[in-house]
Design a protein around this ligand. Structure first.
Ligand SMILES: [Zn+2]
Length: 307
C-alpha cells in the first residue's frame, strides 16, 4: 500500500497531520468553540481526508483554518475549509493576490502550469530553471497529478500583521510573523505552555530544501530565533515531529551553504563556476541534495550578490 498521511496527538489538544512520504504537514488544536486547523494540504482530496480525520478523532467541528504561508502545497486545500474563516499573515494574502490576479468571484481558478509552479516553488523559478532546461521535467511531473489539473483556491478571509493570539484553556497559541524567510509571509504557530511549535516550511525534516526565492539571511535568523524558545516538540512543514536539535542542524546547513557561496563570490568565481563548484559534502546525505544543490547555490549566489 502507498504510504498514507497520519494524524498524531503531539500534546494535550494538539494534533499533527503528517503527510505521506514527506508531503506537506498540517495540524490542529482544540479551542472552546471547536478545532482550529493549521494548513490545508496540497489538494482538496487530501484536505477532505485531513478534515474528516480530525472530526473522527475528536468528535469536534473545525471552526477556523490558519495558513502558515502561501505555497500551494499548504493552501490548495483551502477550498475544503471555505465555509469557515481562514486566517493568514497579510503577506500571504498579498502573495496570492500578486500571483493569481483579480478573482472572478470568491475564488481563483488555476489551470496554467507556470502560475502553479511559481506558487509552489517561488516567483523566480523560471529564472533559476528556464522553460527549456531539462531540470523543468521534475517540476512538470510534480504538478502533473490529476489532482492539480484545475485548482480552485479560496483566499484567506482574515489577515494580521506581526502577531495573532488564541487563548485556549491553559495555553496561549501565538501566531507570529518573524520576517521573510522560506518565503514572504511564513508564520509560526507556538503553544507557549505546551512547548510545541508548528514551523510551516521554515523546517524540512532531514531534507535539503528548495531555496527558490527565499530570503537566505532571514531564514537563518528566523531559525536562530526559534532555537532560543523553550520548545519540546517541533512540527516541520514536511516530515515527522521532531525537536530543536533538528532546527539547529537545518540552520547549520544554511550557514555552511552561505559561507561556501560567500567565499566563492569573494574569490571572484562567476555564478556559473560557483554553481558547479560550491558543495556542502557534510550535508550531501540529505534527501534531494543531489537534485537541488546546484540550483540552490545559484539562488544563493544571486541573493548574496543582491540581484
Ligand atoms: Zn512552502
Amino acid at each position: 500500500m502507498d504510504p498514507q498521511p497520519e494524524l498524531r496527538q503531539v500534546a494535550d489538544g494538539v494534533y499533527a497531520w503528517i503527510g505521506a512520504a514527506g508531503d506537506s504537514n498540517a495540524g490542529a488544536f482544540e479551542t472552546a468553540d471547536g478545532l482550529v486547523a493549521i494548513d490545508a494540504q496540497q489538494y482538496p482530496r487530501l484536505a477532505q481526508m485531513f478534515r474528516g480525520a480530525l472530526t473522527q478523532a475528536t468528535g469536534r467541528p473545525v471552526v477556523k483554518l490558519i495558513d502558515t504561508h502561501c505555497h500551494l502545497d499548504h493552501t490548495a486545500g483551502n477550498i475544503m475549509f471555505a465555509d469557515i474563516p481562514i486566517i493568514a499573515h497579510d503577506k500571504t494574502l498579498a502573495a496570492l493576490n500578486a500571483s493569481l490576479g483579480p478573482k472572478p468571484g470568491k475564488y481563483w481558478t488555476l489551470t496554467d502550469y507556470a502560475t502553479k509552479a511559481k506558487l509552489l516553488f517561488g516567483q523566480n523559478l523560471f529564472e533559476l530553471v528556464p522553460e527549456d532546461d531539462p531540470g523543468q521535467a521534475w517540476f512538470r511531473s510534480r504538478i502533473g497529478l490529476p489532482d492539480y489539473d484545475t485548482m480552485v483556491i479560496a483566499p484567506p478571509t482574515e489577515t494580521f500583521a506581526d502577531t495573532f493570539e488564541f487563548h485556549v484553556p491553559g495555553d496561549t497559541v501565538r501566531l507570529r510573523y518573524r520576517g521573510p524567510a522560506h518565503c514572504d509571509g511564513d508564520i509560526t504557530v507556538h503553544f507557549v505552555k505546551r512547548k510545541v511549535i508548528f514551523l510551516g516550511d521554515l523546517l524540512f525534516y532531514r531534507r535539503f530544501p528548495w531555496m527558490g526565492d527565499c530570503d537566505l539571511n532571514g531564514w537563518i535568523d528566523r531559525l536562530g530565533e526559534v532555537m532560543k524558545l523553550d520548545i519540546d516538540v517541533v512540527i516541520p512543514g514536511h516530515g515527522p515531529p521532531t525537536d530543536l536539535t533538528e532546527v539547529k542542524r537545518f540552520r547549520d546547513m544554511f550557514v555552511a551553504l552561505r559561507a561556501g557561496v560567500e567565499n566563492a563570490i569573494k574569490s571572484g568565481l562567476s555564478e556559473e563556476a560557483a554553481t558547479r563548484e560550491v558543495r556542502i559534502p557534510e550535508f550531501a546525505g540529505l534527501q534531494r541534495y543531489n537534485e537541488w544543490i546546484a540550483t540552490d547555490v545559484k539562488a544563493a549566489y544571486r541573493y548574496l550578490k543582491g540581484r
